[in-house]
Ligand binder design. Structure first.
Ligand SMILES: [Zn+2]
Ligand SMILES: [Zn+2]
Length: 293
């Protein structure tokens, strides 16, 4: 059994307050427990703080953190992740490769004076840095694979296969930046290969169709683009993710309704992520099977 829990579903910056109570305000962080109990964490946004407290409580000693990229909304929680300060814990950090600086140098730009009092090099846990794998590799019972995505700066999407099901994670992605999704051949669309026939796709849904034109090139998608992308990648279940910090609960209800309108309101209708959302991968990505006669 593969379980997934969303600890932060917001994008750009944490957005707490009366307008965001239902969907939550923590930035991107998703926990996946594989069939053999391995702990995989997708991104280190502010939702990671609460996840760290939970893992410390459970005494988890090994964590695999898969970073999509190093924008602060995907990294800020790392410094407040309790297992980072536990000498008995091994943390594997995977991030997009850069020809200019190592992963630890780039993360240290945040985790060092004057932005943070503890330097990354001085944390007590056994911290191991890895480039995101562009060929499949195993983590426990799962197989994971990364692929570069159209965003701002080095960015990857992640595909995790476990117990016969797949989850694809693309929190910041603008496939429409260079391609007309309505007419594109999927083989030329950013991320479409990685997402192909995914059981569940967590995808950037930052802008409404009205907001997108004034944000073209910022690295994010409109609701229409997300739905088009999921369709052309033949995804089974789309989950809207990385909500704009300015979108209130009421506006996110509208965003969700618009995605359902565009996709169709069947049993495979799109869902929208919220902080605290939890599901079994097999249940959410249930494949349609032929009904016995
Ligand atoms: Zn982001
Ligand atoms: Zn970003």
């Amino acid at each position: 059994m593969t379980t997934v829990r969303v600890w932060g579903s917001r994008g750009s910056i944490a957005a707490s307050g009366a307008q965001t109570i239902r969907y939550g305000g923590n930035t991107s962080c998703v926990e996946l427990r594989t069939d053999d109990g391995s702990v995989i964490v997708l991104d280190a946004g502010t939702g990671m703080r609460e996840l760290g407290a939970q893992l410390a409580l459970e005494g988890v000693r090994e964590v695999h953190v898969l970073l999509s990229h190093l924008h602060l909304d995907h990294l800020q929680g790392l410094a407040f992740f309790a297992p980072l300060y536990d000498a008995d814990t091994t943390i594997h950090l995977y991030g997009p490769p850069s020809p200019l600086q190592s992963l630890s140098e780039r993360i240290s730009a945040y985790m060092s004076d004057p932005l943070f009092p503890v330097h990354l090099a001085h944390v007590p846990s056994d911290l191991q840095m890895h480039d995101a794998p562009y060929e499949s590799m195993a983590i426990g019972s799962a197989t994971v694979l990364a692929c570069p995505l159209a965003h701002r700066g080095p960015t990857v999407g992640w595909r995790i296969e476990d117990a016969g099901r797949s989850l694809v994670y693309m929190p910041d992605h603008e496939p429409a930046m260079v391609t007309r999704l309505e007419t594109a051949d999927p083989s030329w669309v950013s991320g479409a290969g990685l997402a192909h026939e995914a059981d569940v796709l967590l995808h950037d849904a930052q802008y409404t169709e009205e907001e997108y034109p004034s944000h073209r090139g910022w690295g994010h998608s409109s609701i229409a683009h997300v739905v088009q992308f999921a369709r052309l990648a033949a995804v089974r279940r789309l989950v809207l993710f990385h909500h704009d910090p300015s979108h209130s609960d009421a506006e996110l209800d509208w965003v969700h309704a618009r995605a359902v309108e565009l996709w169709g309101a069947g049993e495979d209708a799109p869902l929208i992520a919220h902080d605290g959302m939890a599901f079994e991968l097999a249940a959410l990505g249930a494949r349609r099977t032929a009904t016995p006669a």
